[in-house]
Ligand binder design. Structure first.
Ligand SMILES: *Cc1c(COP(=O)(O)O)cnc(C)c1O
Length: 359
């Protein structure tokens, strides 16, 4: 073969989304993609429906109304916000713009798979750094940095572990990076953590930190693909140069704007999630299935070994329940379980209880 893609691209292993079907099963409970059990806010669905009248028009290119809304709600400067096709696109643009051949992109041992994929797509070298007890280890990241380090991705809270590190650790990380490296704080689950600013204060003080956020999780808009980033003006300016001008559809922009203005939705979902997450974690622990303290909308259930995790997964499937196997995240003895509504949490806890022989 003489027609070859850029180096790195053939090393990409395709990302697999959470499964949603089980052959021959109608009452499937999908807890594999960290989707919001409460669905989408009504205001967002209404805004989406209204957009049907404008489908012959091109969308705006500057996303001004959505950036304004995000800025108002989160107390951020709209001029420093960029909107993308999910936060995945922001991650992709960061790699495209800041990392290339011979550059290194750091991600953590159990970090989100998209960091590695986007780094390879840009021709850069992904560098995996170990975690400590399934938690981001700032010292290990700093030790892995060198002259080639261009980007450092940290999801906080992290997926699939659910753990997070505090403000002082984040600050220590940002302060310790080499001058040419940018810290990317992935805040896909930030809204689930009461009082967490997702790195906004750090970004206000420094010029080497960016945050990414999404409408796919607490806002229940995963199917629509909207995310955003916030950072130094110079970085946002760079990303806008490589972003497609019409990357977000009119319908997506309208729905996201309505969703972000629905502050009551976020409070309600955060409260419900915390309640049932903590209930589920406690029930599983009582059955001999521990998990780390999760700050997100899922828990990482730990089993004795890979065989037990696989057997439990098979049992759950036989009961019509889909959770996420996380062997690709180097956690073959774990299952990631999205926190559903009360009925879903009770159903999955009951099934795991059956599996463990607990009554
Ligand atoms: C779900 C998730 C995202 C969101 O991706 P979108 O492209 O916005 O849907 C980003 N980062 C992490 C760690 C996630 O788990």
């Amino acid at each position: 073969m003489t027609i070859l893609p850029q180096p790195g691209i053939l090393d990409i292993r395709l990302y697999e989304g959470g499964e949603s079907r089980i052959e021959g099963c109608t009452n499937v409970l999908k807890l594999s993609s960290n989707e919001n059990p409460l669905g989408t806010p009504d205001v967002a669905r209404e805004a989406f429906a209204r957009a049907v009248h404008d489908l012959h028009r091109y969308p705006v290119t500057d996303h001004a109304a959505l950036r304004q809304a995000i800025g108002e709600v989160w107390g951020l400067d709209p001029a420093r916000i960029i909107c993308g096709v999910g936060s995945d696109e922001i991650i992709h643009l960061l790699c495209q713009a800041y990392a290339g051949p011979k550059d290194e992109v750091i991600h953590t041992e159990h970090g989100f798979l998209m960091y590695r994929i986007s780094a390879l797509a840009a021709g850069a070298t992904p560098v995996e750094v170990r975690e400590r007890d399934r938690t981001t280890d700032v010292d290990a990241i700093l030790a892995a940095c060198n002259r080639r380090t261009r980007l450092v991705f940290v999801a906080n809270p992290n997926n699939p572990t659910g753990t997070m590190i505090g403000q002082s650790e984040l600050r220590r990380l940002a302060e310790g990076l080499p001058p040419q490296a940018l810290l990317v704080l992935d805040g896909a689950y930030a809204e689930y953590v009461d009082g967490y600013d997702a790195g906004a204060a750090l970004i206000a003080e420094r010029d080497n930190v960016v945050m990414t956020r999404t409408f796919s999780k607490i806002y229940g808009l995963g199917g629509l693909r909207v995310g955003w980033g916030y950072g130094p003006r110079a970085v946002i300016d760079v990303l806008n140069r490589v972003r497609g001008p019409f990357n977000l559809s009119t319908a997506a922009l309208a729905a996201a704007e309505a969703a972000v203005r629905d502050r009551a939705w976020v409070t309600r979902c955060r409260t419900e999630n915390a309640r049932w997450r903590d209930w589920l974690a406690r029930r599983l622990a009582e059955m001999g299935v521990p998990s780390d303290i999760s700050t997100a909308n899922f828990i990482l259930a730990r089993f004795a070994d890979t065989a037990e995790a696989e057997a439990c997964d098979a049992h759950l499937r036989s009961e019509g329940i889909i959770v996420r196997r996380v062997a690709a995240y180097k956690l073959p003895h774990c299952l990631r379980i999205t926190v559903g509504d009360e009925a879903s949490c009770r159903r999955v806890a009951h099934a795991i209880g059956q599996f463990k022989g607990v009554r």
